[in-house]
Each structure stands twice: as structure tokens, then as C-alpha cells.
Design a protein around this ligand. Structure first.
Ligand SMILES: Cc1cc2nc3c(=O)[nH]c(=O)nc-3n(C[C@H](O)[C@H](O)[C@H](O)COP(=O)(O)O)c2cc1C
Length: 210
């Protein structure tokens, strides 16, 4: 099988990071570029990516994360923040970006713009939150896989209080919401979890070929 499968078996949701071992700036940049290049519905990227290194901020975030040690002990904490209250500005900004990057006219993009607006702007708030949060999770998956490929450890985390994160990081005022978190760094040799066999459904149980 392709060696990526070995990497995917190597990765695990790291419970105990080695706080003395930090990932390089270059590796961080690679991970963030992978995050930036992640696909999203329509290409809208309805999220922002916060990279938290600051020790004091992370102490506060740990308190809002059931005291999980990964929050303070990993090299970096990446908070994926979705845009739960987006309006037409988000779509207009995206159209302006396409015009600038691809050199196409606004008229040429009018149909695409209207399609996005008619599909998305009238969604109920809860649905907007779910949809933008779903997009942020694609970034999460991509980051975890790319990190594994680079033999960098991660822990995906939903075990935190979103309201407290939003307050600590000042997200709400920016129209953002902490969707999910990824702790990134290197595993501690004392983390027993790395030795546990993976628990997954068998192919027969989970995959259907038609
Ligand atoms: C979205 C998401 C949220 C998670 N939240 C936490 C968390 O808050 N704390 C934690 O220790 N593990 C968390 N996990 C890790 C899962 O428990 C773990 O990925 C799962 O048991 C499979 O094990 P493995 O990733 O080690 O293969 C989370 C995983 C995902 C994908």
C-alpha cells in the first residue's frame, strides 16, 4: 500500500506533547500554506485561521478547554474560526479577489455571484453556522494529514467552550466563531496513547462499492 497509509497509522490524537520540542517556523509555514490551499465550497473559504503561540493566552484557553494539557504544551495552537453570520460582503470580497487574481470582469462573474447569493444569503443563521463550520473542518482534516506526512503530531479538539474562546480571542466582534482547534507539535515519549492500536471499522463495515 502507499506509504501515506503508514503515516496515517503513525498519527494519533496526541494527548501529551513534548513541550520542549518546537516545530520550526518553516514547517509551520508549510502547514499554514496547506490550510490556505484547502478546498472549500464555491472557493469561499468562510473562515479565518488563528495561530496561537502566546503563553498567557494559551493558559486562558486551557481553562476554557477542560484543562486539556495539549492546549499549552503543543508548539502551536491553531484555531479554525468560521463565519457564522456572513452576509453579501463575504461574497462580494470573494468576487473582487477572483477579478484581481484571474483578471476577469465583474460582468463575467455576475452569474456566479448571484448563484452564491441566492443559495447562501437566505439560509437560517443556524444553517449558516453549520455550513461555514463544515468548511473549517475540511481545513482541519487537511492539516492533520499534511502534518502526519511531515511527521508532525497533532490533536484535533472540540473539547472547549466556544463562547469563552470567542471572548478570549475577540472573535465575535469580527463575525467569527471558534469552530474547532488543532494542537500541533511533537509527541512526548511518555504519551502511552501512541502505542494503542487504532480502533476503526473494518473496510467491509464502512465501505460500500456499488
Ligand atoms: C473533531 C474532533 C474533535 C476531537 N476533540 C478532542 C478533544 O477535545 N480532546 C482530545 O484529546 N481528543 C479529541 N479528538 C480525538 C479523537 O478522540 C481521536 O481522533 C479518535 O479517538 C481517533 O483516534 P486517533 O485520532 O488517535 O486515531 C477529537 C477528534 C476530532 C476529529
Amino acid at each position: 500500500m502507499n506509504p501515506i497509509v503508514d503515516k496515517l497509522n503513525w498519527r494519533y490524537a496526541t494527548k501529551k506533547f513534548d513541550s520542549s520540542k518546537k516545530i520550526s517556523k518553516e514547517d509551520l509555514e508549510t502547514l499554514l500554506e496547506a490550510a490556505r490551499l484547502t478546498a472549500s465550497s464555491y472557493g469561499l473559504q468562510p473562515y479565518e485561521i488563528y495561530v496561537i503561540k502566546d503563553t498567557d493566552v494559551r493558559k486562558n484557553l486551557r481553562k476554557a478547554s477542560y484543562n486539556q494539557p495539549q492546549i499549552t504544551d503543543a508548539s502551536y495552537l491553531i484555531v479554525l474560526a468560521n463565519k457564522p453570520t456572513f452576509n453579501e460582503t463575504m461574497i462580494d470580497d470573494y468576487i473582487a479577489n477572483i477579478m484581481a487574481i484571474r483578471g476577469v470582469s465583474k460582468d463575467d462573474l455576475e452569474g456566479f455571484s448571484q448563484t452564491m447569493k441566492s443559495t447562501l444569503l437566505d439560509l437560517p443563521d443556524a444553517h449558516k453556522n453549520t455550513w461555514t463550520s463544515n468548511q473549517a473542518y475540511i481545513v482541519l482534516g487537511n492539516l492533520m494529514t499534511i502534518a502526519a506526512e511531515m511527521e508532525i503530531d497533532t490533536c484535533p479538539m472540540e473539547g472547549f467552550d466556544k463562547a469563552q474562546y470567542n471572548e478570549i480571542l475577540g472573535l465575535t466582534d469580527k463575525g467569527l466563531n471558534a469552530a474547532v482547534v488543532l494542537a500541533v507539535g511533537y509527541r512526548s515519549s511518555e504519551d502511552d496513547t501512541q502505542n494503542y492500536p487504532k480502533v476503526r471499522y473494518s473496510k467491509e463495515q464502512i465501505i460500500t462499492h456499488i
